[in-house]
Design a protein around this ligand. Structure first.
Ligand code: PDD
Length: 276
């Protein structure tokens, strides 16, 4: 992980040289928000949409940030990255307290931190563990506070899985770091957005391009049983793109490998996502 280009409080440096205060609320309380913006051939994918969501998360957290600084620094990080394909991770945290205190000073200044990483958007398949969604009530905010996600995903990793699909009161919400789609009776389904789901940029892009190509997408509440009856399941995110799920564990459930509608969606998605 050497030579990763990063920025912290306006200073560009290698990631390994960046130091933060232990009284950063990002460190003590996970009091921050973030975005992951993929780029292909040095061009950011859905940049505006990521910035709009950043602002929504910031508004929900009462964090005021300098939007043009963030856009400029993210663009510079993309230019500085060794590879042409990758992603920028950018986080804005509340700031540094004088001493740890749940209630922060009203004049606290946000901390800006980002880095870019060379990354191959290769096709990856996922084995997921189905589990109860134990997260807080505002999963629509892209907060750095991801303890429940990491807990559940590491538990899944011990069982040989590389993602999870969560359900709340029997209703499917999303995956640990992605949104969920599936095909039932030749119809594309995805859970409708609410406070328990992050409004994924890749999810939104997928729905729009599928509909533009006259493929119906049905957004609703879906039960565990409906997910398990699907002929194909996939995940979407800025780093996964559109990634097939091969197995849903805990139910010992394998999904059939060939599906023409899925193949068609994958072609449409790749063209839109990578603009090729
Ligand atoms: N995760 N849901 C959750 C909980 C996520 O963490 C993510 C993204 C998504 C998909 O959002 P998008 O399509 O905008 O990437 C849905 C990022 C990539 C991460 O935490 O690394």
């Amino acid at each position: 992980m050497n030579q990763v280009k990063a920025v912290f409080q306006g200073d560009f440096d290698l990631l390994e040289n960046i130091k933060i205060s232990p009284l950063s609320r990002g460190y003590t309380f996970s009091d921050g928000i973030y975005e992951v913006v993929p780029f292909h051939n040095n061009i950011p994918i859905a940049f505006d949409e990521h910035i709009i969501r950043f602002k929504k998360s910031a508004d929900a957290m009462n964090i005021v940030f300098d939007e043009s600084k963030v856009i400029d620094e993210m663009s510079q990080l993309i230019d500085m990255c060794d590879g042409n394909n990758g992603y920028v991770y950018y986080q804005i945290s509340r700031g540094v307290d004088e001493i740890r205190s749940h209630i922060h000073n009203s004049n606290i200044e946000p901390e800006y931190f980002g880095y870019s990483l060379n990354y191959d958007f290769e096709d990856k398949k996922f084995k997921v563990l189905l589990c109860e969604d134990i997260r807080w009530g505002r999963c629509d905010i892209k907060s750095t506070s991801l303890l429940a996600n990491t807990l559940m995903m590491n538990n899944a990793a011990l069982k040989g899985c590389n993602e999870i699909i969560m359900h709340k009161d029997g209703i499917i919400t999303e995956a640990g770091a992605s949104n969920v789609f599936f095909i039932i009776d030749n119809t594309i389904c995805t859970p409708s957005l609410n406070n328990n789901i992050l409004p994924g940029i890749t999810r939104d892009m997928s729905i729009k391009i599928f509909r533009k190509n006259n493929i119906n997408v049905f957004e609703d509440n879906f039960s565990i049983e409906q997910l398990l009856s699907a002929s194909k399941v996939w995940l979407t995110s800025s780093t996964k793109g559109m990634a097939e799920v091969t197995d849903v564990y805990s139910e010992n459930h394998s999904i059939e490998s060939e599906n023409t509608l899925f193949n068609k969606c994958e072609d449409i998605f790749r063209t839109a996502f990578f603009n090729d």
